[in-house]
Write a protein of this length. Structure first.
Length: 390
């Protein structure tokens, strides 16, 4: 390579989730010496999995993670690291005393309306249910009413969305529901991506591979602050952008999750993920983690009941809210961060966006490759390689 990398040119990567681990891995392979620092006592960020002794099950500690992508480069990359098993996510929903199949498909429609419609008939039926008086939907509720009508909206979207986001769907933008969330056949595969799977030994095994390079030094339980940046040639920061600046302009809004973990001797719910659509049920969903490794024989069954609430400082931030108010605040932090020299903000927290794992990995690959190109041209990598406001 054309880069004259010296030991004193150390790079810091803050965060050992997919953003940090992929960047560290690609830089280490190019000869850089990289310190990966994470405030948690484990690698993997929110994708961390662990086999617990009392259950014997590989558990998704921060909530269920299913790998799905159309990006061949990303799929080739992850499957070159560890063995993936084929896995299809099939989600059920308990609503008003009945269990339905998600995403809304022909089975859901026929069961919900007690009918025996063909695909064509169902398409026409749902189209007639939609509120055609809404020409230009502004809110999530408008959009859902236009697409599927009042009954399906109230059963499958309204209560769940209220619980998940803590606001009425009337306050959320229509853009959240981009496409018609309905299938007119019996396909109940939750995702439509070409490549879907689960790492055979859990996600942590991927991070062990990524961070196992001899040029990488992993430091756990270490909170990296803005002051620490001076010790390094460059910092890739996958922590929260507002935290980097000491929350100077205020706190960006997140939803956090609380999990109630229970271990059973019997199969508790018979599936991996059961949503609860009714507003009167205080939790959003239950995940039974032994169903995430169907190739293993489970002796115990582990259920995580998931509660969503507003995140306060000190909580684990999960989902960025990104409503109008947050975007205004984000703009201030992005302007400030754009002037920060020697720091690149990456990942879901550094750019304050919800990112699936495949997008996170693809962006991290791009950050590492583009940064190397910058150094080769004698330039510093910029503060952002994506626009967090887009
Ligand atoms: C409940 C839930 C379910 C999900 N399910 C799926 C799914 O099924 N499929 C899918 O593709 N994606 C899923 N995702 C998305 C997935 O979790 C993200 O794509 C991924 O975690 C993003 O990786 P990251 O490295 O950017 O962030 P993170 O994984 O959050 O890693 C950031 C790391 O930085 C560390 N850190 C932060 N600040 C500091 C600091 N100052 N000093 C040191 N360390 C610091 C944190 O401790 C953390 O470990 C889900 C997300 C959630 C919330």
């Amino acid at each position: 390579m054309g880069l004259n990398v010296k030991n004193k040119d150390k790079i810091a990567v803050v965060g050992a989730g997919f953003s940090g681990a992929v960047i560290a891995n690609l830089l280490a392979k190019e000869g850089f010496y990289v310190d990966v620092l994470d405030s948690r006592d484990h690698i993997g960020g929110n994708c961390f999995t662990k086999r617990y002794e009392d259950s014997g099950v590989v558990e998704h500690v921060y909530g269920p993670h299913i790998f799905h992508t159309d990006n061949e480069d990303v799929w080739r990359f992850v499957t070159s690291l560890v063995k993936f098993r084929s896995y299809t996510n099939r989600v059920k929903s308990t609503v008003n005393g009945s269990v339905y199949s998600l995403p809304i498909n022909l089975h859901t429609i026929n069961q919900f309306f007690n009918k025996v419609l063909s695909p064509g008939e169902a398409r026409e039926f749902v189209s007639n249910m939609g509120d055609q008086s809404i020409a230009d939907p502004v809110t999530f509720e408008d959009q859902a009413l236009k697409f599927v009508g009042k009954e399906l909206y109230e059963a499958f979207f309204k209560g769940y969305t209220e619980k998940q986001w803590g606001v009425s769907p009337r306050e959320l933008p229509a853009s959240i529901l981009k496409r018609l969330p309905v299938r007119f056949n019996y396909d109940d595969n939750y995702f439509s991506h070409r490549f879907q799977g689960m790492p055979e030994d859990g996600y942590t095994s991927i991070f062990e591979k990524l961070l196992g390079h001899e040029n990488i030094n992993v430091v756990l339980g270490r909170d990296f602050s803005r002051e620490d940046r001076k010790k390094y040639k460059h910092v890739f920061y996958s922590g929260a952008i507002d935290a980097w600046f000491g929350f100077e302009y205020g706190d960006l809004g997140y939803r956090t999750l609380e999990f109630k973990r229970e271990v059973y001797d019997f199969d508790f719910q018979g599936c991996a993920v059961m949503n609860y659509g009714d507003a009167s049920v205080p939790f959003t969903r239950r995940a039974q983690h032994d169903y995430f490794s169907p190739w293993e024989e489970a002796k115990k069954h582990v259920v995580y009941t998931e509660y969503s609430r507003a995140s306060a400082r000190g909580d684990t931030p999960y989902y960025p809210i990104r409503l109008v108010e947050e975007k205004e605040l984000l703009k201030k932090y992005v302007e400030r961060a754009s002037k920060e020299v020697g720091v690149t903000f990456v990942g879901r927290l550094g750019t304050y966006r919800y990112l699936d794992m495949d997008v996170t990995i693809s962006e991290a690959m791009n950050v590492a490759n583009q940064s190397i190109a910058c150094w080769l041209e004698g330039r510093r990598p910029p503060s952002f390689f994506v626009d967090p406001l887009a």
